[in-house]
Design a protein around this ligand. Sequence first.
Ligand code: HEC
Length: 104
Amino acid sequence: MFKKPPCSVLALSVLAGLAIRPAHADAAKGAQIARQWCANCHVIGGNATGPVPQGPPSFQMVARSGMSADQLRAFLSHPHGAMPNLALTRTEIDDLIGYIDTLR
Ligand code: HEC
């Protein structure tokens, strides 16, 4: 028969969940970072109509490409394309992912 887990187990798993998924991704800040560092190459808004035939994917395409937050995080930990060598902090990466999430 199914037994209710004790409260401490529940609390622990909630804490573990928080540690893995930072709850403070700030999409508004992510949008600001994107405008500042990514818009040179990427179409970042959510209203890009149709695919751009050449060049980097728009952020909406990225959002819909099915990349998970973890894949995005891994990708953004290193420079890509001809990106200037900008070192994004973990917080900035999480904010960017939070922003890209709003375009899904
Ligand atoms: C100098 C141009 C340039 C800048 C600046 C730039 N990118 Fe990119 N980005 C590219 C190019 C080119 C590609 C496609 C080729 C590749 O994946 O390396 C790309 C691809 C991507 C992808 C898709 C990866 C995939 O596999 O689908 C993501 C996500 C991304 N960029 C995020 C960002 C973010 C976030 C920023 C701002 C912090 C940024 N880019 C700034 C040029 C740039």
